[in-house]
Design a protein around this ligand. Structure first.
Ligand SMILES: *Cc1c(COP(=O)(O)O)cnc(C)c1O
Length: 454
């Protein structure tokens, strides 16, 4: 049993509103859980992004923050802390992960160039396309098999990567390896895979970056699963992971355990210098980059807490507990259980629904009605349309993600989630699929509305 490495000093009340009100709320939200109000929600598993509980050390650092426009002491704390954890010398602050993508893609992508990776996250893909680049996913085939138990299902297929680089290195803007692989179920990437992908990039003279949102969780899996790492500390593993990269983009809202923040880190000054003017244009002066001094301080402390082994052991253990309980109850979940979330196989759970009717998204709406729990679809709705044919993409995986915020919920909450899923299972045959009443043009999952298919 994994025991939390903290006790609770401050609490926020939550309330389960009656079923009739939940039905009214979700109808009003156009059957899209993104459009619910948080007061209508009992347990919020929409995302682990920015929903973390901060420590007393973070809150006290916030009180001492320096809000100077330029040259703030809080920036030095931010930079020094990140450099120590990642080994990168040049740190450009940004307000969140997608802002890092915005700036980096502005500098690195020319029209028609590809960005290769395991599976690009949705905002990453959208930013590449916004620059008229082509996002290419090269994850190993096994990643699309929900049942397959494999230690490092987030790995990039090195053969595929090599082939693409051989054929098209001039037209490759850079390679971006996402650790852990969020869109593939929070599955980790092995050190060997990071190293070999980096060696290929060196051979072909292509830049190699990590999308590091969940670098600490990835390091924990390496320690648990990869030969030769059992006796290394998480800090050492993290440094080694980053040592193979030219830099990273980071949404600090994940593994730096804060509510807002991010950065781009670079090994070389040249690339940093190229990004700075766009940082100033889009985000602000390079000693705050869209963050207040207090946000910088919270990251400076949080990124160190995020690599504590006893914290990670509780964190990954809690997700695993939920996944195993669901699996025991006969709920089809992605295996092995990933780092930040449990993924329910929508197509399998609602096997009577065609994929066009968004089974995993339907499941999320029904779970809310059943229990007040908010989960999120990572599947057909999120995948969007093919930019050429305008047809709906039909991804291999149509998943409902139960995402666990850091240091927020207890084991009792996990048990409540399991009970809710069991109740849904009993009435699943009667659940009707969904269709659009309004389809939003970009990142459509956030803003679209639905009705039930008759
Ligand atoms: C969250 C996330 C992003 C985007 O970060 P935001 O802070 O939400 O803008 C990029 N990549 C990955 C892997 C993420 O999980």
């Amino acid at each position: 049993m994994e025991v939390p490495n903290f006790k609770i000093k401050s609490v926020e009340g939550i309330k389960l509103i009656p079923r009739e009100e939940r039905i009214k709320s979700i109808e009003k939200a156009g059957l899209n859980v993104f459009l619910l109000k948080s007061d209508e929600i009992f347990i919020d598993l929409l995302t682990d992004s920015g929903t973390n509980a901060m420590s007393q050390e973070q809150w006290s650092a916030i009180m001492k923050a320096d809000e100077s426009y330029a040259g703030a002491r809080s920036f030095d704390n931010f930079k020094n802390s990140i450099s120590k954890v990642t080994g990168f010398e040049f740190i450009l602050p940004v307000h969140q992960g997608r802002a890092a993508e915005h700036i980096l893609d502005q500098v690195l992508i020319e029209e028609g160039q590809s960005v290769l990776g395991n599976i690009h996250f949705d905002t990453t893909e959208a930013h590449i396309q916004h620059r008229k680049g082509i996002p290419v996913n090269c994850v190993i085939e096994e990643a699309f098999d929900c049942e397959k138990e494999l230690d490092f299902k987030g790995n990039i297929c090195l053969k595929k990567l090599e082939k693409l680089l051989e054929k098209n290195k001039e037209n490759t803007a850079y390679v971006l390896h996402t650790v852990t692989c969020n869109s593939g179920g929070g599955q980790p990437v092995s050190m060997q895979n990071i190293r070999e992908a980096s060696e290929l990039c060196k051979k072909f003279g292509v830049l190699f970056f990590l999308d590091a949102a969940r670098f600490a969780e990835n390091a924990f899996f390496i320690k648990q699963r990869e030969k030769g790492f059992q006796n290394k500390s998480i800090a050492e593993i993290v440094l080694e992971m980053f040592s193979f990269a030219d830099g990273c983009t980071m949404s600090a809202k994940k593994d730096a355990i804060v509510n807002m923040g991010g950065f781009i880190a670079f090994r070389k000054k040249e690339l940093y210098e190229k990004c700075v003017p766009f940082g100033i244009l889009f985000e602000g002066f390079p000693t705050y980059g869209g963050m207040s001094g207090r946000d910088l301080e919270a990251v400076a402390v949080g990124i160190k807490e995020g690599i504590q082994e006893d914290y990670l052991s509780y964190r990954i253990g809690q997700v695993k507990y939920l996944g195993e309980k669901l699996s025991e109850a006969g709920i089809p979940v992605m295996k092995p259980i990933g780092g930040h979330a449990v993924f329910v196989d929508g197509k399998k759970f609602l096997e009577h629904l065609p994929q066009e009717q968004f089974p995993a998204h339907t499941l999320a709406a029904e779970l809310y009605i059943e229990s007040g729990i908010r989960a999120v679809e990572i599947g057909t709705l999120l995948a969007g349309r093919d930019p050429e044919t305008k047809e709906n993409k039909m991804p291999a995986l149509d998943l409902m993600r139960l995402t666990i915020p850091r240091r927020v919920y207890l084991q009792e909450h996990m048990d409540y989630i399991v009970e809710a899923m069991k109740k849904l299972k009993e009435r699943k045959e009667k659940i009707k699929g969904l269709k659009f009443t309004f389809e939003s043009p970009v990142l459509r999952h956030f803003w679209s509305k639905f009705e039930r298919v008759k």
